[in-house]
Design a protein around this ligand. Structure first.
Ligand SMILES: Cc1cc2nc3c(=O)[nH]c(=O)nc-3n(C[C@H](O)[C@H](O)[C@H](O)COP(=O)(O)OP(=O)(O)OC[C@H]3O[C@@H](n4cnc5c(N)ncnc54)[C@H](O)[C@@H]3O)c2cc1C
Length: 417
């Protein structure tokens, strides 16, 4: 039985100099066989395992992670959470996720530091304005909070933004989702891991999945760095490595893996209390609780598996940030890193059964899957448990690439966010 985190447990452990906290999750030896093996210990994989156990009573589950929990895109993103997507299918999925975010810390008994500080998308020209206004109307029809700010409203909401005429990127207005914000990304992975472990899920780190055993079109199990593991069902949630995994299973995915980078500045006093994004200049910024500016850039325009990102993209992003926020011009950048994002042609995810029975894929979240983590895990767990897509996941099945029923979210997902 896992200890609950509370004020009282904090006080009790303070008396013991915090030396007696129990481990947050076990590190068991893998069993020979599981009902479900989840491949990938990022936020989406761990959330899938958690909801399989919690919502569907399936606890004979292993999460197999080749590195460490959250070491993929989950621990590398800029933590922006919002649900203001254009099409009905996406709005329903991301809004479901946002509602789960709103109660997630309580549900997991783990503080994921979800902060609804408001996310603003800037418009720099007439086209941006029209795109944002179209999206705002669509959001409202779907019950998603979204409002328009003119230039004065932008300045009131974020006073440090430079609105003087003649700038390279004039700001004509913005959309604002007040319920949007940020969360602490590694806490999300750890919270789901702890919650899944408490319900009996085995979490196995440092164990790559190297192949699938398939017989008569049906999954039998996975080959791993620690031997063969039999599984009735296998759920693959490996983000940038999804097309590699699909190749191992003998089919192709319409997914490109691209490097996407972010960086943080030296810490400063609170200076910006919202999230500002600009699709046009490919830059977005917020401030972490430690005081660092958290800055995201666009993707490198080539397929790659290096978790770095190239210098010209960094330079372009920082130039745009300095134009919009002259107050940041003399700040120093502290760290830079990259992740590998799995992008689909319509900028929407794949949550789907596959040509192999009992094998499911959840991928293609590209530059914007962190915000979907709880909703993605929720609908994918349902899909795996019932061998039938959750109604919110059904439009995101693989067959949309042959039926032509694409969900084009390039406008809402234009930059990494
Ligand atoms: C720089 C950057 C900024 C971003 N900013 C945002 C943002 O602000 N908001 C937002 O919503 N989204 C953002 N994203 C996107 C978001 O991070 C991802 O969409 C999301 O985290 C994907 O989660 P995941 O669990 O699917 O993937 P990951 O966290 O990448 O998890 C996949 C896991 O699979 C493991 N794996 C891979 N191959 C194998 C194998 N063979 N065997 C076992 N395990 C394997 C990996 O090690 C990894 O841990 C950003 C991404 C990046 C890189």
């Amino acid at each position: 039985m896992q200890a609950r985190y509370s004020f009282f447990s904090l006080a009790r452990n303070a008396l013991g100099y915090h030396e007696n906290w129990p481990e947050a999750w076990r590190s068991p030896e893998p069993k020979a066989s599981y009902d479900v093996v989840v491949v990938g210990g990022g936020g989406h994989g761990l959330a899938t395992a958690y909801y399989l156990a919690k919502e569907h009573g399936i606890t004979n589950v292993a999460v197999i992670e080749r590195g460490w929990l959250g070491g993929g895109n989950t621990g590398r993103n800029t933590t922006i959470v919002r649900s203001n997507y254009l099409w009905d299918e996406s709005a329903a999925l991301y809004e479901h996720a946002l509602k789960l975010w709103e109660g997630l810390s309580q549900d997991l008994n783990y503080n994921v530091m979800f902060s609804q500080r408001g996310v603003m998308n800037l418009a720099h020209n007439q086209h941006d304005l029209r795109e944002l206004q179209r999206r705002i109307h669509s959001n409202r029809l779907n019950g998603v909070d979204s409002e328009f700010l003119d230039a004065r409203g932008v300045k009131e909401f974020c006073p440090i933004i430079d609105l003087r005429q003649g700038g390279r990127y004039p700001v004509l207005g913005a959309s604002l989702q007040r319920r949007g914000g940020t969360a602490r990304h590694d806490a999300v992975a750890w919270g789901y891991a702890r919650g899944a472990d408490a319900r009996g899920v085995d979490i196995i780190q440092n164990c790559p999945v190297t192949g699938f055993r398939i017989s008569n079109g049906r999954i039998q199990g996975v080959e791993t760095g620690r031997g063969y593991i039999e599984a009735k069902k296998v759920a693959v949630v490996t983000a940038g490595h999804s097309s590699v995994m699909a190749g191992l299973a003998g089919f192709r995915l319409p997914v490109h893996s691209l490097p996407l980078q972010a960086l943080v500045s030296e810490p400063v006093k609170p200076v910006i209390d919202c999230v500002v994004m600009s699709n046009a200049v490919h830059a977005y910024v917020s401030q972490s609780d430690k005081g660092e500016l958290v800055i995201g850039a666009g993707v490198d325009k080539y397929v790659g598996y290096g978790q770095r990102g190239s210098l010209p993209v960094t330079e372009e992003t920082l130039a745009a940030i300095c134009e919009l926020f002259p107050i940041f011009r003399r700040m120093r950048m502290l760290r830079q890193w990259g992740g590998i994002v799995d992008t689909c042609p319509d900028a929407s995810p794949i949550i789907s059964k596959t040509p192999v029975q009992g094998l499911y894929f959840n991928c293609g979240w590209g530059t914007g899957g962190f915000k979907a983590t709880p909703g993605s895990g929720w609908v994918f767990a349902h899909t795996v448990a019932n061998d039938n897509p959750h109604p919110l996941a059904a439009p995101f099945a693989l067959d949309r690439f042959t039926s032509g029923y694409l969900i084009d979210e390039h406008g809402a997902a234009a930059v990494a966010h």
